[in-house]
Design a binder for this molecule. Sequence first.
Ligand SMILES: Nc1ncnc2c1ncn2[C@@H]1O[C@H](COP(=O)(O)OP(=O)(O)OP(=O)(O)O)[C@@H](O)[C@H]1O
Ligand SMILES: Nc1ccn([C@H]2C[C@H](O)[C@@H](COP(=O)(O)O)O2)c(=O)n1
Length: 233
Amino acid sequence: MQTAPAPVIVAIDGPSGTGKSSTSRAVATALGLSYLDTGAQYRAITWWMLTNDVDVNDPAAVAAAAHKPAIVSGTNPAAPGITADGVDATGPIRTQEVTAAVSAVSAVPEIRAQLTELQRRIAVEAETGIVVEGRDIGTTVLPDADLKVFLTASPEARAARRSGELRGADGAAKPDLAGTQAALLQRDSADSSRTTSPLRQAGDALEVDTTELTLEQVVECVVTLIREKQQAG
Ligand SMILES: Nc1ncnc2c1ncn2[C@@H]1O[C@H](COP(=O)(O)OP(=O)(O)OP(=O)(O)O)[C@@H](O)[C@H]1O
Ligand SMILES: Nc1ccn([C@H]2C[C@H](O)[C@@H](COP(=O)(O)O)O2)c(=O)n1
């Protein structure tokens, strides 16, 4: 009788706009794995702070409230979803207000400790394995992951992709590319210069530069890497 393959743990890290979420969800779907968007968790706790009048620029105030919100992440790649204290946060966490505040909140050590523990618990409970995406998965959250991928892309490509997303629902003109690129680079700088588990490529992570690749090509590359890892045992 053929036994089920051992659960595979995949870490996909990288700066904003490199395709982590799109790639991770497609890879998890293709291989029947769970999926965890850790960026959504940092966004959800930031949204909770903002809506509960916590000064997000006061690390002590953020730390004191770190344990208060219950963050629950869906792990179905088809419809991940996330709630904060039972309230659906899927939409609100993508606003510019949350995006502008999330790096400051995610730099607070108590916030990172709280969410890292939650992320590890979710990963170990994933029966067939899981694709976890973020900034510090391969370095801090899951250092023993079976496969670590670090996605990169040129600032220009990332800005063009993000700008394509930000275009109005009515197809209104895209926001200015230079402004979008500057905002991405500012967030990258904050995420990679913080003291606690900064954005960094793990020494054993495989870099995939997605600048000239389609999303489909990136997904195929990562699926192949995972299958090769599973066959190697
Ligand atoms: N290789 C690619 N080529 C072209 N477009 C891409 C590629 N990868 C992702 N995209 C598109 O770029 C946009 C951003 O992708 P995605 O949200 O997956 O990036 P991300 O790294 O998760 O960003 P963030 O960390 O800010 O959430 C999406 O519209 C996605 O469809
Ligand atoms: N593992 C993670 C994931 C995310 N963050 C922070 C840094 C990001 O700017 C922010 C939002 O993430 P995104 O939705 O853009 O993937 O959350 C982190 O510190 N660690």
